[in-house]
Ligand binder design. Structure first.
Ligand code: DGL
Length: 267
């Protein structure tokens, strides 16, 4: 495998760009190929079998495009499809849930942890299972935030509408004495200011992307596969939906213009 082969990342939409941000910061020499399944977003309300099939399909696409490692930059796809994807391809594939669980336990003192995520991730019980397998004393409270992803994708992350939903969803943590909150959907770090303003200073935000990219770096270093190019990498972006909508929202999140976004049919 070539050291300068790209890192593949994917999500249902722009959320996974919060993981790409971490890659840019921590691994600036790495080239990224990003796939956003915007033709089939949101994943949150879908059955696990569909999400698993999409995950395998997209991870295979990223392998075909030459990825040396894939990060499933989507909690919903990690919960439903990580194992199937690992079996389907012969490059390493990692998800965001185990790193997120690890970081949550490193962050909490009280071992009372909140998780906000999509409906499918909460229903899967993946965070609770993973956190408790690492520390049986931990207590986990989950809340599905149904409307967050569609509103973020519609460019309404700063709207009063989303703030109202946030107050409604986060009320579930009142009186639970949590001291750490896992942003268990990669779209949600885009709402950090809003969410932290509601839950307050006593609750530390846990962004799984931070730990995920650290683990990816360790895996690449161990396999002697860290990129060593001298020029800036030329990243590539693909979507299954509208390339222009993705490019305009994506350039705001990444604070840089995006190159032309490719369109790939997914069925
Ligand atoms: N960003 C995704 C996640 O981390 C999924 C959002 C969705 O498609 O519902 O779970």
């Amino acid at each position: 495998m070539n050291k300068n082969a790209p890192l593949g990342l994917f999500d249902s939409g722009v959320g996974g760009l919060t993981v790409v941000r971490e890659v840019f910061q921590r691994l600036p020499r790495e080239k990224v190929i990003y796939f956003a399944d915007t033709g089939r977003i949101p994943y949150g309300p879908l059955p696990q079998e569909d999400i698993q099939r999409y995950t395998v399909q997209i991870v295979s696409f990223l392998q075909e495009r030459g990825a040396k490692l894939v990060i499933i930059a989507c909690n919903t796809a990690t919960a439903a499809g990580l194992e199937a994807a690992q079996e389907a391809v012969d490059i390493p594939v990692i998800g965001v849930i185990e790193p997120g669980a690890q970081l949550a336990l490193e962050t909490t003192k009280s071992k009372r942890i909140g998780v906000i995520a999509t409906e499918a991730t909460i229903k899967s019980g993946a965070y609770e299972r993973t956190i408790k397998a690492m520390d049986p004393e931990a207590v986990v409270f989950g809340q599905a935030c149904y409307e967050f992803t569609p509103l973020i994708e519609a460019g309404k992350k700063d709207s009063e509408e989303i703030a109202e939903y946030a107050r409604e969803y986060l009320a579930t943590f009142e009186g639970k004495d949590i001291d750490a909150l896992v942003y268990g959907c990669t779209h949600y770090p885009l709402l950090e200011e809003l969410v932290q303003g509601i839950v307050g200073d006593g609750v530390a935000p846990v962004n799984p992307a931070v730990k995920t990219v650290q683990i990816a770096e360790e895996m690449l270093a161990e396999a002697d596969l860290l990129a060593d190019r001298s020029e800036d990498p030329e990243h590539e972006y693909f979507v299954s939906g509208d390339p222009d909508a993705f490019a305009s929202l994506g350039s705001v999140i990444l604070e840089r213009p995006l190159p032309p976004v490719g369109k790939v049919e997914m069925k």
